[in-house]
Design a protein around this ligand. Sequence first.
Ligand code: FAD
Ligand code: SF4
Length: 486
Amino acid sequence: MADDEKTDKSDKSGKKKIPKLANPMPQQDPKERIKNFDEVALGYDMETAIKEAERCLQCKREEGKEICIDGCPVEINIPAFIKCIKEGRIEDALSVIREKNNLPAICGRVCPQEQQCQKYCRLGKGKGRDPVSIGRLERFAADYDMKKQPTMSSTTEDLTKRPKKDKKIAIIGSGPAGLTAAGDLVKLGYDVTIFEALHDTGGVLRYGIPEFRLPKSIVDKEVDYVKRLGVKIETNVIVGKTIGMDELMDEYDAIFVGSGAGSPMFMDIPGENLNGIYSANEFLTRINLMKAYKFPEYDTPIKVGKVTAVIGGGNVAMDSSRCALRVGAEKSMIIYRRTEEEMPARKEEVEHAKEEGVELHILTNPVRYIGDERGNVRQIECIKMELGEPDASGRRSPVPIKGSEFLIDVDTVVVAIGNSPNPLIPNNTEGLKISKKGTIVVDDNGKTSIDKIYAGGDIATGAATVISAMGAGKKAARAIDNFLSS
Ligand code: FAD
Ligand code: SF4
């Protein structure tokens, strides 16, 4: 490609021309990476980060004209932090990000930027032009800081001098919603304790998203930052079992429920109880939280055999299919009832899965599972689909093609068709208003039908994104502060 084709001729400044394409992110070779759980995307170095930051137009927010900030659910001052990177002031860049986001190393890696800030980036408007790689720059700033302080995420604030408030707040769940609400409330001077059901922190960040997409050392450092702010965390406490909601209500001035959507859904088709059919939750929890990929060094095994089929087209399905290859499947396939276009997974994840050899069987849906005499799954009977009229989600609905049934041989099936909220807290809290889908009903500020109780993240919205859970945690923290101050 000629040099002028790579730069943007619409740059009117007459000075430096802006490259049309974003600087690529170095990544592990697909042939190598399917043999390990190391991170796939390797991150920008300083030189590349500055080059990418130089592409930014430093747009101003004006009435009626959208820019990157309008697409960020927590409203990070994106042009300001990119300017700092451009000038080599990386710590300042991180300070700007941290004003709004306690978990930048995580968001820089897993946020669907292409549907958020980068979708609104003015540089990306027009054919053949990439937006600024905002997520990669966010990740760069957070990683730079962590490399400098390998044991903990930095903070320049003097935390000991913060004025304390004589009020206690309980947070249920240590996922992104809970961690964010806790971080913001402790910064306001409250005494904050997180109760977490599992033996480790982070929610889906720990048990769901695999190491090769989000290294757990990053989650550790971000959790460490929240702890250093003064948040106490009690693991192995299941609220509703180990301790009752009523007890929390007596002891705490306010409660934030961030218990997520961890109950797996199934298709309810014949044969779903056969051995070798996992929910994506169990499959990923075994591999990520229980470290089955390091068996026998760790106690939990995972058995995949030669062929693994994953049902679904979201991030959870992509993660499962890529994990299957890494734990030894010779063939890993996605079975999805619509086309690749409609897949809810991030585009980058679908591309990474394809590069690694995951097969996509689109317009295909399972109708039953067939097992052997020992009750192990052996085949999936599938039916071909075609796209009909748009459904409630706005996507064209998949319609079965009569008589198109066929069989696929498998050793393992992972069902990744969605998750619903865990009913424990909704069912154990008298007076708490619950929607038909089992989510806790909240107002715009995260307030529930009970005065002292706030909720946010997947438990209130159903399965969504890390950044939306964080946004909900932030809003609720503000509302709890108003409630307790009034
Ligand atoms: P969670 O992260 O689910 O955390 C809830 C926590 O509450 C858990 O630790 C749970 O153990 C705890 N808990 C539950 N009940 C109780 C109780 N009774 N007592 C105490 N603790 C309790 N989003 C993205 O933006 N990008 C991605 O790339 C992406 N990939 C994903 C991949 C997978 C495999 C999955 C499953 C989800 C993915 N998501 C992704 C979605 C995202 O992770 C979630 O939307 C987000 O984690 C929700 O945050 P949360 O804090 O509401 O809940
Ligand atoms: Fe920079 Fe794009 Fe934001 Fe404009 S919209 S300030 S170019 S990141």
